[in-house]
Design a protein. Structure first.
Length: 469
């Protein structure tokens, strides 16, 4: 998942960030480009606030529920600002706001459980849980608010404080969210810092931070882990995916085509757990390509503020260049665009929804993470071949199997090397379930009680059993 930097605002270099509307390329607003000393001060305030925040679980629950209410109340303003800086259709921004509030409310209702250990020894052993300390949450530009909440909601519920750094491409809605939550949370419990690199690197390496949670690219994730190692801080890394959808030979193509298409193209394909490769039986391959291409050609692409838009622009210029590059590489290597394959001739960062066929299996659009509105469809001749190909990259976030026989599909899904497998759908998560990848897709677990305990450390108390005098 790429996380390129934003451009400086002319005339304010080193002090402000220009935030561009991806639908027009024009400046929406600007945000502070904060200095190292400002980051140090934010971490210091976060640590001071931690001592009071950790001490009162009941107050935390009340505050987090109030935070969820505040997000919902401000939904209209947050959603429109999110669409303007990120590009997604307004309906998807509203869904992101709802998910942000839901995460706060969900984690407000969770609490760690004390456990008594009875191992036959003449002592009582009790495992309790303590917060780890200030948490750094470093968030990408594809779901700025939802992914922020996925990090700060469990951290706050566990009794930690949080320093939140959004992408320099999408700081505006996050800053607004931070100001809304500051009105209902104690001072400095959640702090938003904004700026270009090396601000994120400094935050990850900061000695006052005890847990670094990051979503972004594999190379940056490795750098974050290395930076955090200096202070032995805990790390949770969600590093994107290259999810494969494996279609079995009994699949009803027309019945699944809409679900399959939107599993790949929601948020303009800029979803870590989106379908990024489709493997279809050779005899159904042409039918699958045609069904997906028909949808790609007919979908409305435009500004996210237009109610008719279903797919918005690519979120920023560097990512558009990445999408163009991997598509061009595939076409030059012999692939054919059944739909799209090019940038749209209009203002903004628009790329035509693209279905690729005849793609060489070693093409970067297959082996890497295109993270945009481009989907390769590859044929297979045996199920073993399809499973091997699905497992054949360094990623392992998610995958799906599509069939008219769910039991058969589940047996195939059990062979996928990934953190989550779906049957006849893709990229749907419950707040109560764990979310984790294998291989290069990440380290640690988010979501559900696992996400809460990831922000806690065990604390064991021993005491002798009562003895008679």
């Amino acid at each position: 998942m790429p996380t390129p930097e934003a451009a400086p605002l002319p005339g304010h270099r080193g002090a402000r960030l220009a935030v561009l509307d991806p639908a027009t390329g024009e400046v929406v607003d600007e945000a502070p480009d904060q200095r190292p000393d400002e980051l140090d001060a934010a971490v210091a305030r976060s640590r001071r606030a931690w001592h009071g925040w950790r001490a009162d679980p009941a107050a935390r629950t009340t505050a987090l529920r109030a935070a969820a209410d505040a997000v919902e109340t401000a939904g209209d303003g947050l959603a429109r600002l999110l669409t303007r800086e990120q590009g997604k259709p307004l309906a998807e921004s509203y869904a992101e706001i709802a998910r942000t509030a839901a995460r706060l409310r969900y984690f407000a209702g969770l609490a760690p459980r004390t456990r008594r250990i009875d191992d036959g020894r003449p002592v009582h052993s009790e495992v309790r849980w303590r917060p780890v300390g200030p948490v750094a949450a470093i968030v990408p530009w594809n779901f700025p608010l939802q992914l922020a909440a996925a990090k700060f909601a469990p951290a706050l519920a566990a009794g930690n404080t949080v320093v939140l750094k959004p992408s320099p491409h999408t700081p505006l809605a996050t800053r607004l969210l931070g100001s809304l939550l500051a009105a209902v949370l104690p001072e400095d419990v959640l702090t938003v810092v904004t700026g270009r690199e090396p601000l994120g690197a400094r935050l990850a390496a900061h000695p006052g931070i005890r847990h670094v949670t990051f979503t972004g690219s594999v190379p940056t994730g490795r750098a974050v882990a290395g930076a955090a190692a200096g202070s032995l801080a805990r790390v949770t890394l969600e590093l994107g995916g290259n999810d494969a959808a494996v279609l079995l030979d009994d699949v009803d193509v027309e019945r699944i085509a809409d679900r399959l298409f939107w599993s790949a193209f929601r948020n303009c394909g800029q979803v870590c757990m989106a379908v990024k490769r489709v493997y279809a039986p050779a005899r159904l391959h042409a039918e699958v390509v045609d069904a997906l291409a028909q949808r790609a050609r007919s979908v409305t692409v435009g500004s996210g503020l237009d109610p008719d838009t279903r797919i918005g622009p690519v979120s920023n210029a560097p990512q558009l260049a990445q999408v163009e590059a991997v598509t061009r590489q595939a076409l030059e290597a012999g692939a054919r665009a059944a739909a799209g394959g090019h940038r749209l001739d209009r203002a903004g960062y628009f790329f035509a929804p693209t279905i690729l066929t005849d793609v060489p299996p070693d093409s970067p659009v297959v082996t890497g993470e295109q993270f945009g509105p481009v989907l390769p469809v590859l044929p297979y001749r045996s199920l073993d071949e399809a499973v091997d190909a699905a497992n054949g990259t360094g990623f392992g976030l998610g995958g799906s199997v599509w069939s008219s026989d769910p039991d058969r599909a589940e047996a195939v899904a059990d062979r996928l090397e990934c953190g989550t497998a779906w049957i006849n759908h893709h990229a749907e998560l419950s707040l109560a379930q764990p979310f984790a990848g294998v291989q290069d897709s990440g380290v640690g677990v988010a979501g559900g009680p696992w996400g809460l305990y990831g922000n806690l450390r065990p604390f064991v108390v021993h005491r002798p059993r009562e003895e008679r005098a």
